[in-house]
Design a protein around this ligand. Sequence first.
Ligand SMILES: [Zn+2]
Length: 658
Amino acid sequence: MTFNTIKRPFNKLKPISFENVNINDNFWSKRLQTNREISIHHQLEQLEQDFHIDNFRVASGIKKGVQIGEFYFDSDLYKWLEAASYILHTHKDTDLEKKVGEIVNLIKNSQTQDGYINTFYSTRFLHKRFTNIYNMHELYCAGHLIQAAIAHQNATGSKDLINVATKFADLLVKLFLGGKRKGVPGHEEIEMALIELYRITENSKYLKLAEEFINQRGNISKFKTYVINQYLNMISTVNLAKIKNQEYQKATESTLAIPAKESEVVEWVSKLSLKGQIIIYRENLNGNFIQSNVPVREIIKPVGHAVRAMYLFCGMADFFSETGDKKLLHALRRVWLKMVKARMYITGGIGSEKGTEGFQKDFALKNEDSYSETCAAIGNMMWNLRMLQITSKCKYADLIELIMYNAMLVGQSIDGKEYTYDNPLVSHGKDKRSEWFRCACCPPNVARTISSLGNYIYSTSENGIWIHQYIGNTANINIGSNTIKVSQKTGFPWRGDVKIMLNLRKSQKFSIFLRIPKWSIKTELKINGIQQSYNRSSGKYVEIIRNWLDNDSLDITFRMKAKFIESDQRIKNNRGRMALSNGPLIYCLEQKDNKDLDIFTASIKKHQDLNVKYQPEMLGGVNIIAGKVSSGKNFTAIPYYAWNNRGADKMQIWHLID
Ligand SMILES: [Zn+2]
């Protein structure tokens, strides 16, 4: 996801890439630093330990062995490579640069003569490639390779990886374009990646292929038979892989640590309850699981696997941006509304069904066992950024803010070494963060999001500069022939004060559009110290048009107040309960801060003055909310993103209310 080549003729806003935005923020700078100094290196060690890199050594022929792990393992390394490339773009790190170079070489040398890369197939049974695009994620992996390659080229100027990715994309065009193969990509990702590749290469065949993949959804004849055949294919392919590994082990008397582990996918399904298994089979056969239940232009509600849905919507939005396909945009607007009104948690998390990692029916948003995968939150941010650029509507930027500070941020521990995969809204003390997951999609996804966070702050339009997020930074933004240096200082997310400074060589008339967050109770605005009376309605952009001069400044205060949020009464498990929020943050009670209470049975007094206090020593520095429960005892609430950073513990977001 990088924006160096601007196309998108149907968008209202033009993106400003993170490369032009230098983040220097009270809150986020620490996160970015931890991400680049700790997480990215720590993740590489995990990828090494879990054979993600070794698989490429085997595929490239420099090491004898077999591919180990899941069929989608390559994608996790690609996502890491994308994150590492973003980091290299903004910070010099010779050690990281060297490691990136080595991995790029391995990938390059793993490519077959005709352009194919996938270590699961190429090391064992190349002839079986693309026989199962429903289950086996080759196109998903290809999509992540393309995105990593674009990021790598931008960061280093090297063409090494982009040439590899383009060659692979050309093979996909050759094998698929023109409806040459029946099937639908089971895990979306290739669609947006091909459109990103189209933007930098101007090869319209990539756009065309993305269109075909998008249009195939919901249009596969004899779908149930197709799905059953693909599942049979998956079982036999995974088994064959296992047999091949065993044969290798026998022949070489190898003592590999995990030579032939059962496929986690097969294990995962077999460990589910009977009900969970029935749901998986039903959702696959009716097409919901992979969003192939209806043709995309007829989509009304988000269904199935939540990450897949988000990546599809990103691809659809990208396709609209290039072609102006209005029916696609209408479908996206409809499905967004449905998601926000009935299928999304208060944290911005999505996907409440564990078995399918996906959406359930309206208002079925249980807190225990809620899935809310970190990757789904990230996909949701990515989709909303696209919707924002297309429409310039404030609600998309508001939602990005909510997800960013809650559903996404909870996915990485404050020390940058541990992660969550699913994110419950209540915990009985058994949910622990992990250093790594065998299915390692989330950790590198967080890393690439944080390292490119600058993408979310600004846009431009013909009229001027749009400020979507309040994060301390300095950015260089071109308006006409003028380069405007925009500097932000802010107390977010703890305080609602923002100072914006403009530096420009020559005065210029243009607009600044400021997002007034939906949560702002009252907004004050001063320009060069003078109070302004613009309409400052929450949940909208205020347009300030004037002839801007060098050193002009804006002071904005968004008043935030700790408050209770009532749940929609249609969510059964939240009836009689309320959640706490302050500004963009959702709060929770963690048992260790509330030793005198049972957080699950205590009722919080609805009518009381809540106290917000900054605690610099706690959890890396947080605002806590303090108040009383009905027995008169005190409670302490912490931001949801910060829970589970002091070991597993009981936690709750929706509280009983007195
Ligand atoms: Zn994930």
